[in-house]
Structures are given as structure tokens and as C-alpha cells.
Design a binder for this molecule. Structure first.
Ligand SMILES: Nc1nc2c(c(=O)[nH]1)N[C@H]1C(S)=C(S)[C@@H](COP(=O)(O)OP(=O)(O)OC[C@H]3O[C@@H](n4cnc5c(N)ncnc54)[C@H](O)[C@@H]3O)O[C@H]1N2
Ligand code: MOO
Ligand SMILES: [Mg+2]
Length: 435
């Protein structure tokens, strides 16, 4: 008799997995290698930026109180008492009716409180004097210390993906070595007697193994270190030994295939023999309903489906938040947004659907369009998907123009679990309509 599995809700499944989430350790990398890593400590400004009042223009630094009576009818003359480029400091104090020639980025000389651009003054006597035809106010054209950021401000939270702008901040605050999260080692094993390797010619009844390479890339996109243990035929002993061996070398292990109820689906038996605790083996979602996740002494085993789209979605919903939490992120899930559905989606389904979609901006609106054939065994449409369109189950289908929730696949910011669990826009609408 085939085992009857009881599906649980997606949120409940994520909650069960997240109970085993843990944070990894911290290491230091040279700043040149920090791009694409995850910051392991809050980045706090330990000095104001800029650290001193400076000139935003090439011009003349001046005491504004000396300029009160300047006009085009009665221009005032100032003696140029010095010249400073960025990096130089004027020694001394600028006195009444004196000015200093100053370049962009140079520190405002003592006594001065305004700057006027070269273009707005007349130089006299070979540059020894300048003539000014307008009054300046205190603070005119000064880039003040701390106007960019104040000392003590938390600029980047730990767990954030380090982008080039953050690298600039790290440099600004003197991080020659950057504290980053150690990436979790995530193992991948593909199961299936039908699997050919990438470089093999097609043979009757066989297909090339695409899941392993797809998942290895998903691990990297999520921020993990991917370790491939190879592909194995549907043979219980072989797969059991491979899983057992791999578990000793990784933080988390992903298998693809063999989790359903088929004669050669050995993962359930492997979990049993390992003594692993199965958190769930059926989720009310499409694709990926057979996703099975278990834990052995706190170590998570992700039994992703063999069907490529199901495997892909299972990873993004369940493995990604575990990887991101390990990297100290408090936004571990895919980022959720709202968009307008770009086509009809008439298929009814009791389960929540995560439809591979393409998000685009059309006259200022975010539009989500399914990328094509929405079956769990397709691989051809995955490459175009930059979002998963969330279509909660229990409806008669969806129509072009409806508001839908979407999960962004290429975003690096992520979302909190709370936001991920918040009702999808379609759920909210269903409730309003009393459905
Ligand atoms: N009687 C039932 N049959 C099935 C059920 C069910 O509930 N009752 N669930 C269906 C659903 S839904 C899915 S999804 C699949 C899941 O199957 P498995 O996870 O056990 O995976 P396999 O049986 O090993 O393979 C399924 C499918 O995927 C292809 N595959 C496998 N590995 C790869 C790979 N590395 N690269 C590319 N493609 C792969 C494989 O050839 C099969 O076509 O079960 C349904 N059946
Ligand atoms: O798990 Mo299957 O992917 O629901 O289609
Ligand atoms: Mg199967």
C-alpha cells in the first residue's frame, strides 16, 4: 500500500525548518575580497564623514562677515594670502579682507566660513587680489563635517550582502580586513538511475542531470559554499553510504530526487536508517509538494524533488533562509513584493502555487508574467524566471490585472520571516470577499 502523506502549509513547513537554523562563525578577508560576502558585524561610523569642513568647489575661502557690503556697484577686494589643494591645510588664521585660494576637497581654513567659486570672482594683479560683487552668508558652499554621516551611526547591519557601495564605506572607515560570515558548506547529491552526466551523449530512457548544477548555483546565489558529491543510481546502499559520508563533511546536505512514493525513491528509507527526524514530507504547494526535510542531530537534510522546477522552488523556499541565517542575515527569505499579474492563470489548484515568472516595469507598474509552461518537470523556463508568483490555492484561478504577491529571485536584500509569513495580497482579498 502506498503511503498517504498529509500536506502541511508552506508557512508551517518553513517554520519547522527554521527551528534548526543556526548562525555560522566569522572570519576576516582583505577588503579587496569583500565584495559579494556577507558582513558579520554592524558597520558603525567611528568618525564623522567628512571628518572636517571642506570646500565642495574650486574657489576662494572667505569670511562672510567681510562681504556684507559687496555689490556690483561697489565690489570689494580681498588679498589672496594662500593656496591649498585637497590634502593640504592652511596654516594660520585668515584675517579681515583676506582670502585663500582653495580646491575642491580641501579643509576650510581657520577664520573662513564661506566659499565662492572661481567663476564668480574677478582676479586682479596676477591673482594676488580678487574682487567680489556679492555678499556671502555664513556656511555658503561649505561641505560640513558630519553632513554625510555622523559619528556613531549604524550604516550597515550585520548579515548584509556587501555591494560596491558598502565596500566604499568599509574603506572610508578603515577596514583593511573585513569581518564576514563564514559560508555554510552545503553538499549536493543527485540521485537517479536515469541521469547522464553533462558530457555524456543521450541514451534511450536517460536524461542529463541538470538539477545538481542548478542547485550548486542556487547555493552560491544564496551565499553558501557548494560542494558536489556527484550523482548516483537509485540503489539504496550506494545512496545511503553517499549521504552518510557527505553529512560528515557539510553543514547542510541537499539531495535531489527519490523523495516521492516510487519503487526507487529511497530517500525516505535512507532517513529512516539514519535515524533522522522527518520534519515533513508533503507541503501544500506546487511545484515541490514532495519536498522532504529532516534533521539528524540538528543537521538539516533537504530532500528536494527530482523534478527540476520543484527542486528549484524547494531550494528557494526552504534552503535559502537557512543559508542566509547562517550568514547572520535577519532578512533570510526571498524578498516579497506586490505586482500586477500580466496574463490569465486559469488553472485551479487546491495547493499554493509558486509560478516561475518574469517581472518587468510597464508604465511604472510592476508586472509579473508566468514564463511559460508551469509544470513541475519543466526545465526550459527556469532561466527566464526572476520571480516566483505566489498564487494561493483554493481559488478558481487568476485573471490578468489582479494584484499578486511575488518573491524576487535575484534580489540580495531578502525579507524578514515575519514579512514572508504576512498574508499574501490574494489571501487578503479572498478574506475580504468572505471566500
Ligand atoms: N504516485 C505518485 N507519484 C508521484 C507523486 C505522488 O504524490 N504520488 N508526486 C509527483 C510529484 S509532485 C513529483 S515532484 C515527483 C517527485 O519525484 P522524486 O522527487 O521522487 O524524484 P524522482 O522520482 O527521482 O524524479 C522525478 C523526475 O525528475 C527527473 N529528475 C530527477 N533527478 C533529476 C536531475 N538531477 N536532473 C534532471 N531531472 C531529474 C526524473 O527523471 C523524473 O522525471 O514525483 C511525482 N510522482
Ligand atoms: O512536488 Mo511536485 O513538484 O508538486 O509537482
Ligand atoms: Mg520519484
Amino acid at each position: 500500500m502506498v503511503e498517504r502523506r498529509k500536506p502541511i502549509k508552506v508557512n508551517e513547513a518553513v517554520t519547522r525548518v527554521m527551528r534548526y537554523a543556526k548562525q555560522g562563525s566569522v572570519k576576516f578577508v582583505p577588503i579587496e575580497e569583500s565584495y559579494g560576502e556577507f558582513l558579520a558585524d554592524d558597520l558603525i561610523a567611528d568618525h564623522p564623514v567628512p571628518p572636517f569642513d571642506r570646500s565642495p568647489y574650486d574657489g576662494f575661502a572667505i569670511r562672510s562677515s567681510d562681504t556684507v557690503n559687496a555689490s556690483s556697484q561697489a565690489p570689494l577686494s580681498f588679498k589672496v594670502v594662500g593656496e591649498i589643494g585637497a590634502g593640504s591645510v592652511f596654516n594660520g588664521t585668515v584675517g579681515p579682507m583676506e582670502t585663500v585660494r582653495i580646491m575642491t576637497g580641501a579643509q576650510i581654513p581657520e577664520g573662513c566660513d564661506a566659499v565662492i567659486m572661481f567663476e564668480l570672482v574677478k582676479e586682479l594683479a596676477g591673482g594676488e587680489w580678487i574682487q567680489l560683487k556679492r555678499p556671502l552668508e555664513s556656511g555658503d558652499n561649505i561641505s560640513f563635517a558630519g553632513e554625510d554621516t555622523e559619528k556613531g551611526e549604524v550604516l550597515v547591519k550585520k548579515g548584509t550582502y556587501i555591494n560596491p557601495g558598502i565596500v566604499a564605506l568599509l574603506a572610508t572607515f578603515g577596514y583593511k580586513q573585513v569581518p564576514v560570515s563564514v559560508k555554510p558548506k552545503v553538499g549536493v547529491i543527485a540521485t537517479g538511475s536515469e541521469l547522464l552526466d553533462v558530457d555524456e551523449d543521450l541514451q534511450p530512457g536517460k536524461i542529463r542531470n541538470s538539477n545538481a548544477y542548478m542547485v550548486l548555483s542556487q547555493i552560491k546565489r544564496a551565499g553558501g559554499e557548494a560542494i558536489y558529491f556527484g550523482q548516483f543510481s537509485d540503489d539504496f546502499e550506494t545512496c545511503f553510504n553517499q549521504v552518510k559520508n557527505a553529512l560528515e563533511q557539510v553543514d547542510f546536505l541537499i539531495t535531489t530526487g527519490g523523495v516521492s512514493v516510487g519503487d526507487y525513491d529511497y530517500l525516505p528509507a535512507i532517513y529512516e536508517k539514519l535515524g533522522a527526524n522527518v520534519l515533513f514530507n508533503k507541503v501544500g504547494m506546487r511545484p515541490g509538494s514532495v519536498t522532504t526535510i529532516s534533521e539528524l542531530d540538528g543537521q538539516l537534510l533537504f530532500g528536494l524533488s527530482g523534478n527540476p522546477s520543484a527542486c528549484y522552488v524547494g531550494f528557494e523556499l526552504f534552503t535559502r533562509p537557512i543559508i542566509r541565517t547562517y550568514l547572520h542575515s535577519v532578512h533570510p527569505t526571498l524578498k516579497k513584493a506586490e505586482a500586477t499579474l500580466g496574463t490569465d492563470f486559469p488553472k485551479p489548484n487546491p495547493f499554493d502555487r509558486f509560478v516561475r515568472g518574469y517581472l518587468s516595469f510597464e508604465t511604472g507598474k510592476l508586472v509579473a508574467t508566468p514564463v511559460g509552461l508551469d509544470k513541475s518537470n519543466v526545465v526550459s523556463t527556469l532561466g527566464r524566471a526572476n520571480a516566483l508568483i505566489v498564487l494561493p490555492g483554493g481559488t478558481k484561478g487568476y485573471e490578468n490585472g489582479m494584484q499578486v504577491s511575488v518573491l524576487l529571485l535575484e534580489d540580495q536584500e531578502g525579507d524578514t520571516l515575519e514579512s514572508f509569513f504576512s498574508p499574501n495580497i490574494n489571501d487578503r482579498r479572498s478574506r475580504r470577499n468572505g471566500e
